[in-house]
Each structure stands twice: as structure tokens, then as C-alpha cells.
Design a protein around this ligand. Structure first.
Ligand SMILES: O=P(O)(O)OC[C@H]1O[C@](O)(CO)[C@@H](O)[C@@H]1O
Length: 715
């Protein structure tokens, strides 16, 4: 929250957008009044007979002007409001203008999608390319797993995660260094093997630094010494004193947990003192680790993380996460970290943990090198839906996050999203809205706006889930899908921690306005949102609870800081809608392990249902594979260039080569531009390659090697 104007801004903005035009027919926007709310309500019931012309393809449904009458809108809001009582989660789709006619046409498709989802949950082969099941739903309810073997696997893995995390936190498992306990976790992974843990850490990790047990011991000893002189008679006062003393250490969240767990049981001071001693031991279980991530192959980024760890590398648990076990970015990260360990005189194997498929390259490496622990990734869990497997659960547990609560939240949401009454199924409602808003062909960007800093990374997490699942070229029948249809592409605003929606919107769409002006006041902000290019629909993520109970205060009479954030969200929603910008609002009571688990499950299911609606396979990733292959080809070309240069440079006299000559000798004249880029990159990094001439005029460049030991160069 960087604005000093007091205007709250969304925590992050992600826009997923179309790349190609949509068919003309779906752009038609005829102005025709909506039917009455009562009609809408009637048609929304799953049991009601479809009233629309079933022969009309859903894509031909006309888009009418959206309802603007405030009273009708209120009724629409109330009629469509979804609430999950136990989860404290609401979904408001009233500001998406789908009509009853559209709903009726979609209803049979949704019913078909529900059946497909049921099959999926029963273990149907949902990824025909890889011949595998898709079972992330079983992770949160192992009874659903199609075989008892799988059920046991799930349960045993969860047990071993909990045990390992507890042992690390209580220092039963410790690093060899004198530090005596693990204080940091470094997670190495990418894509689905990084984004979930990052999102959850940002959302749920305790605010405070890891407890330093030495410091704690000292303070507790002092307290115990003086405890006998305390004139405290009631457990309430005793607790208050205890809380005050411990919170002075600034570990508020942990302390609350401990104090709550022992309150109400204390009667006498003697007993209190005993409890206090035992609490000291319990308290050790709350000594959690901080987490850092290496999620790219950017050497400077890796160096930064390692430098930030500094001497704490000796007490860092390194978790390497890769389902395939062979992803180059992750392998590179691992090799870099291992090098840092070697240079610091540390034994990596004593601090390394692998999360990967059995017998993958990574698994075998961890086995051979005798790493501290290995946890399985199951082939029936895709990377982008792996947050509630060991991938997300182990890092979360190490940070003291209640992973069973996360699983419970997801499980409750799974139950809710299995229902076949569309109106009672929040994932189906989301999929329906996406289809309406983007015409089923990705004609609009999806902007995800979490209005809570702790949910900053939710949009980035969704990026991977949605784009990799829905950005497909071919449908299930092998037909090329209409334009790029289901791909929503991301504008990643997270580079700016300020995460301004307006920043993104301004740069991309609102060319007429200055970015700075957008920050000055809410009025200009809304002005710009309303009048910019209309190529998006919004999902607001709202959190009702501003601060933990008892911590809020009024910064002006009757108004808290959270009220501003709330006002910003509501004001933006209203202003956007007034100018025909549709929005969905997902509301949770609080950001808790349970609500985070529920949000993850909600979107996993919505993506699955939407994929069914548009007849694509959400569970394979041919595009990603192509990208990985392309990267490999560039590296192969680099090796060929080095071989050619070596032959020319090891002659006497040395023969400098032009780019054309290199391309010809590599037998790829058409790759001359790539050859130039490879050489420019190597030259910029002081590799054993000398490029004479000007980079600005590539034709002038002559290249040779400064040394001619090709084996060393290729090593
Ligand atoms: O877990 P792996 O096999 O290293 O793959 C990492 C990620 O890379 C991707 O292939 C692309 O980001 C994802 O599908 C996957 O989650």
C-alpha cells in the first residue's frame, strides 16, 4: 500500500486477455431490456424447463445492455448471491449481465460438464496425451481415491509431511551446523511447483521473524525467576502479564495461539507455573521457518536469494520441487545452490529435501546423494493443481501454517462445487460468468483484483492455473479452436509491489491519462477506469475482516483504514458497472488456511468446468512442452557455434568468422539472427569469445575464441 493519499489500491492486478478477434456474431450488443428479476430467478432453477430456443447456439445469444436500475440490480444481487456458510465465502455474479436465455442455453452444457467432472473424480483418464488420471480432488478427501493403494499413499504422505515439519520446527531434525536448528527454508521450483507455495506463504505465513530459541529461553528463564513474586491471582491477569511479556518479543501471532490454547484452564498460580513450563516446550513447536524462493534461472535472482541468506545458509532447509524432476530452471537453481553450499563448506545433502515423482532424475539424485528427505509427487496431480499436495503442504507446514485446515477448506469447497444445481455451485457460476463475459472465446481480459495485500500473489497463482489449463490451440476433437479462443493472457503487474490496477490499465489501455493522476484521488481513478478501452471484466477478491479483532482504530471519526479499502473496492465496482464493465466479486470473511484452501479449490473446479464448456483438455500443456523444446534448441545451437568457432580459432593463424560464415558452418543459414543473439549474449557475459566490430551493425562482427579448449567451453 504505497499511496500516501490514503486511497487504497488493490493488492495486485492480473489481466488475462485475448490475442485474436472473436467472431463477429458474438460482438453484437443489441439494446433490449432484461426480463424481470422474477423471470431470471425462475430460469435459474435447475429444475425449471429451459425457456430458450434450444436450437440456438449459445454463441448467438444477443448481448443486451446490462441492468442499471438500482432496485432491479439489488434484486438481481439478492437472487444470485451465493453463500457458503461454513466457509464464510460469498460469490456475487450480479454484475455480470448474463440473461436468462443464455443461462437456459448453458444449463445442459453445464450438466454435461458436471458429469465429466464426476468421471474425472472417479479416476477417468483425463489427460489422454500422458494417459494419466487427474486426482487433485483426492488429496483433500482420500476416500475419493479410486483405489485403496492411492488412498494410503495420500494419507501416508500427509502424515510424513506433518511429522517431518514438526521435527524440523521442534529441532528434532536439525542441520549439522552449530546453529542447532533450521531457521530458513529455500524453495527451488518453477511454475506449478512454485506459485502455489509462494501464494500461500504471502497469504498465511506468520508476520514475524522466526523465533530465536536462545533469546526466548533467556526471556522465559527471567520470567520464571520472577514468577514466584507475581501477585497474580486470576488466570486472566496472569495471562495478560504473560502475553505482555511475550508480545514484547514481537511474536504476537504465535503467542496468541499459545495463550489461547492454555486459557480457561488455569486456576492456581502453582498450576499456572507448571503450565507455563510445559507451554515453554509447546512453544518450541511454534518456532517456524521463514521461506524464500528461487523460481527462475536468472543468475542475479539466485545470487540475491543466496546473498540474503548469508550465514543462515548453514541453517537453511532447501526444498527442491519438480514433478518431472528434469525442469532446467529448477535443475539450474539446484546446481547454483549446491555450489553456494560447497563454497560455504556445507554439506548440501544434510539440508536438501526433494519433492518429485518417484524415480525421476531428481529423485534418483536425492537418493544417491542421501538427501535429508524425499516426498512424492503423484503422476495424477498436475503441476498447476499441486498446491495441496506435498508441493504446497510441506513448505506451508514448515512455516507453521495449519495445512489440515487448508485441506478442510478445499474439501468443503469441493463438496459445494460438486452440486449440479448451477445456482448453488460457485465454480459453475464462475465458469458461466467467464463464458458470458468472454463470449466463450476469450474475447475479454480477466482482471483479478485482490483487495488485500496478503492475497497479492493469488492473481499470479491463478495466472498459471488458468493460462496453462485454458490456453489451448486444439479442442478435444482435434479441431483448431476458434482463434486463440480460450487463452487469457496475463499482464503481470506484480513487478510493481504497489500493484496498481490503474498502472496496468493506464499503460495498456488508458493512454489518454497520466499514471500519476490516477493515484491522486479516487475520483480521477474511477474516471479513468470508466472511460478506458473496454476489453476486460473484473474479479474482485474481497476480505471482510480488515484486521484481527481488537486491533482496528479510527484514523478519522468513524472511519478506519480498512473502510477506505472497502470504499475503494465498492466505488470501483459501481463505477465500472455504471460504464458497462462487468465484474464478479468473491468475498471471504478472513484470510485463513481454510479460506485459502477454499479459494484454491474453487478456481481449480471452475477451470475444470469451463474447459468442459469450451470442449478443451485442461490437463495437458502442449504449448509449454513446445516452449521447453525451443529453449533446448537454442542451447544446442550455442554448442554448435562453439564447436565451429573452436575449429576456426584453434588454427594458426586464428580465423575470425563473420556471422554468415558461422551460420553456414553450422548448416543453419536461416538461424543467423539467433546466432547473432547467442554471440551477443555470450560476449556480454565475458565468455571465452571475442566479437570484434559493432553490435549495432551485426554485419561488421567477426568472432573468434580467446582460448581453444572446446571441452572446457562446453563443460
Ligand atoms: O514440476 P516440474 O516438472 O519441474 O514443472 C514445473 C512447471 O513447469 C510447467 O511445465 C510450466 O510452467 C508447469 O506445468 C509445471 O508446474
Amino acid at each position: 500500500m504505497a499511496s500516501i493519499s490514503g486511497v487504497c489500491s488493490p493488492s495486485s492486478a492480473v489481466r488475462l486477455r485475448r490475442s485474436l478477434p472473436v467472431p463477429y456474431s458474438v460482438h453484437l450488443r443489441h439494446i433490449r431490456p432484461l426480463r424481470s428479476v422474477a423471470d431470471l430467478h425462475r430460469s435459474s432453477s435447475a429444475s425449471s424447463a429451459p425457456s430458450a430456443d434450444a436450437s440456438l447456439p449459445v454463441e448467438k445469444v444477443e448481448k443486451r445492455s446490462i441492468e442499471k436500475n438500482p432496485i432491479n440490480l439489488w434484486h438481481r444481487y439478492v437472487d444470485w448471491l451465493y453463500q457458503h456458510k461454513e466457509l464464510g465465502l460469498f460469490l456475487d455474479v450480479s454484475r455480470i449481465g448474463f440473461t436468462d436465455e443464455f443461462f437456459d442455453l448453458m444449463e445442459p452444457r453445464l450438466q454435461k460438464a458436471f458429469v465429466a467432472m464426476q468421471d474425472l473424480e472417479k479416476g477417468a483418464i483425463a489427460n489422454p496425451d500422458e494417459g494419466r488420471m487427474v486426482g487433485h480432488y483426492w488429496l483433500r478427501n482420500s476416500k475419493l481415491a479410486p483405489t485403496s493403494f492411492l488412498r494410503l499413499q495420500i494419507e501416508n504422505t500427509l502424515d510424513s509431511i506433518c511429522k517431518f515439519a514438526n521435527d524440523v520446527i521442534s529441532a528434532k531434525i536439525k542441520p549439522p551446523s552449530p546453529a542447532g536448528r533450521f531457521t530458513q527454508v529455500l524453495s527451488v521450483g518453477i511454475g506449478g511447483s512454485a506459485l502455489g507455495p509462494q501464494f500461500v506463504a504471502e497469504a498465511l505465513a506468520p508476520d514475524n521473524p522466526p523465533l530465536k530459541i536462545v533469546e526466548l529461553k533467556k526471556t522465559l528463564a527471567l520470567f520464571l525467576d520472577s514468577a514466584s513474586h507475581f501477585p497474580l491471582h486470576s488466570s486472566g491477569r496472569w495471562l495478560m502479564a504473560l502475553r505482555k511479556m511475550l508480545t514484547s518479543l514481537a511474536y504476537i501471532r504465535c503467542i496468541n495461539v499459545v495463550c489461547m490454547s492454555i486459557s480457561g484452564k488455569m486456576t492456581s498460580f502453582a498450576w499456572q507455573a507448571t503450565r507455563f513450563k510445559s507451554m515453554y516446550f509447546n512453544f518450541c513447536f511454534f518456532v517456524v521457518c521463514q521461506i524464500r524462493f528461487i523460481d527462475n534461472t536468472d543468475p542475479a535472482g539466485i545470487d540475491h536469494q543466496i546473498a540474503q541468506l548469508g550465514p543462515e545458509l548453514a541453517s537453511t532447509l532447501v526444498i527442491v520441487i519438480s514433478k518431472s524432476g528434469g525442469t532446467p530452471e529448477t535443475r539450474n537453481g539446484l546446481l547454483e545452490v549446491q555450489k553456494a553450499f560447497r563454497e560455504a563448506g556445507l554439506d548440501f545433502s544434510k539440508q536438501g529435501v526433494a519433492i518429485t515423482q518417484e524415480n525421476s532424475l531428481l529423485d534418483n539424485t536425492a537418493k544417491i546423494e542421501g538427501w535429508l528427505a524425499r516426498f512424492p509427487m503423484f503422476d495424477w496431480v498436475g503441476g498447476r493443481t499441486s498446491e495441496l499436495s506435498a508441493v504446497g503442504l510441506l513448505p506451508a507446514a514448515l512455516q507453521g501454517i495449519d495445512i489440515k485446515e487448508m485441506l478442510a477448506g478445499a474439501s468443503l469447497m469441493d463438496e459445494a462445487t460438486r452440486l449440479s444445481v448451477v445456482k448453488n455451485n460457485p465454480a459453475a457460476l464462475l465458469a458461466l460468468c467467464w463464458y458470458w463475459a468472454s463470449d466463450g472465446v476469450g474475447s475479454k481480459d480477466m482482471v483479478v483484483l485482490p483487495y488485500k495485500d496478503s492475497l497479492l500473489l493469488f492473481s499470479r497463482y491463478l495466472q498459471q492455473l488458468v493460462m496453462e489449463s485454458l490456453g489451448k490451440e486444439f479442442d478435444l476433437n482435434g479441431n483448431r479452436v476458434c482463434s486463440i479462443s480460450f487463452g487469457w493472457f496475463l499482464y503481470d503487474s506484480s513487478a510493481s509491489q504497489l500493484a496498481y490496477l490503474e498502472h496496468e490499465l493506464l499503460i495498456k489501455d488508458f493512454q489518454c491519462m497520466e499514471i500519476k493522476e490516477a493515484r491522486t484521488s479516487m475520483r480521477e481513478y474511477i474516471q479513468q477506469l470508466r472511460e478506458g478501452v473496454h476489453n476486460f471484466f473484473v474479479t474482485f477478491i474481497e476480505v471482510l475482516r480488515d484486521r484481527p479483532p481488537g486491533h482496528d482504530w479510527e484514523l478519522e471519526p468513524g472511519v478506519t483504514c480498512g473502510d477506505y479499502l472497502f470504499g475503494m473496492l465498492q466505488g470501483t465496482r459501481s463505477a465500472l458497472y455504471a460504464n458497462d464493465r462487468e465484474s464478479i466479486t468473491v468475498t471471504v470473511q478472513e484470510v485463513t488456511p481454510r479460506s485459502v484452501g477454499a479459494l484454491i479449490a474453487l478456481y481449480e473446479r471452475a477451470v475444470g468446468i469451463y474447459a468442459q464448456l469450451v470442449n478443451i483438455n485442461a490437463y495437458h500443456q502442449p504449448g509449454v512442452e513446445a516452449g521447453k523444446k525451443a529453449a533446448g534448441e537454442v542451447l544446442a545451437l550455442q554448442k554448435r557455434i562453439l564447436t565451429v568457432l573452436s575449429e576456426a580459432s584453434c588454427k594458426l593463424p586464428v580465423e575470425p568468422l563473420s556471422l554468415e560464415e558461422i551460420a553456414e558452418r553450422c548448416h543453419v543459414p536461416e538461424q543467423i539472427e539467433m546466432i547473432y543473439k547467442i554471440i551477443a549474449h555470450m560476449a556480454a557475459n565475458d565468455r571465452a569469445l571475442i566479437a570484434e566490430g559493432s553490435c549495432g551493425s551485426p554485419r561488421s562482427i567477426k568472432v573468434y575464441l580467446g582460448e581453444c579448449n572446446i571441452d572446457e567451453l562446453l563443460a
